[in-house]
Design a protein around this ligand. Structure first.
Ligand SMILES: Nc1ncnc2c1ncn2[C@@H]1O[C@H](COP(=O)(O)OP(=O)(O)O)[C@@H](O)[C@H]1O
Ligand SMILES: [Mg+2]
Length: 161
């Protein structure tokens, strides 16, 4: 809590992931898509895993479960024994595309990640300024809308903590 914010950082012995017998089916008009069928995977704390497979094999669907953005039809996904049911600041995800809110400034896009973090606006603004300087964004902090330069969009994809 160096800057007055409660930022969660991973301890070395946490982050044990258990994906157990996970299945997911999507209905697309009159078609049924079996995105995942009884997938299981255990990841130890500190382990670095790459999930590789052809387009459409279910990689993103699995990652969305880990992020708590979607739920499996069957099976369970847990971290440190806790079933993932919703997004949490304990877990970050960097999307393939930028997912910026174009109607908000650089500053406000970054601050979104701190929305549910305890701390004063002063401390949060300080954190945002620190992060902008850390990644060397050469734009005004209030820089807004469609004019985000490409490098700026990439830097903004990173979680705010
Ligand atoms: N929200 C959704 N609605 C309908 N079909 C979906 C949805 N999300 C994923 N799918 C389908 O599920 C399958 C797996 O998708 P996805 O997990 O995105 O694959 P990958 O990331 O490996 O390319 C694909 O056939 C995709 O079209
Ligand atoms: Mg994908």
């Amino acid at each position: 809590m160096a800057d007055g914010l409660t930022i969660i950082s991973a301890a070395k012995d946490t982050g044990s992931v258990c994906i157990a017998d996970v299945s997911k089916t999507f209905r697309v008009e009159d078609r049924t898509v079996h995105a995942l069928d009884k997938v299981s995977l255990a990841i130890e704390p500190g382990e670095f895993i790459s999930i590789v497979g052809p387009s459409g094999c279910g990689k993103s669907t699995l990652l969305r479960f880990l992020a708590g953005l979607d739920m499996p039809d069957n099976g369970s996904v847990s971290v440190d024994g806790e079933t993932i049911e919703r997004p949490s600041l304990k877990r970050g995800i960097v999307f393939q595309d930028h997912r910026l809110l174009p109607w908000l400034s650089v500053q406000k896009n970054i601050a979104l990640g701190l929305h549910s973090v305890a701390g004063s606006d002063l401390a949060k603004n300080g954190r945002v300024r620190y992060l902008i300087d850390l990644v060397g964004l050469k734009v005004s902090r209030k820089h807004c809308r469609t004019s985000f330069p490409a490098a700026c969009r990439s830097a903004l994809r990173l979680p705010a903590d």
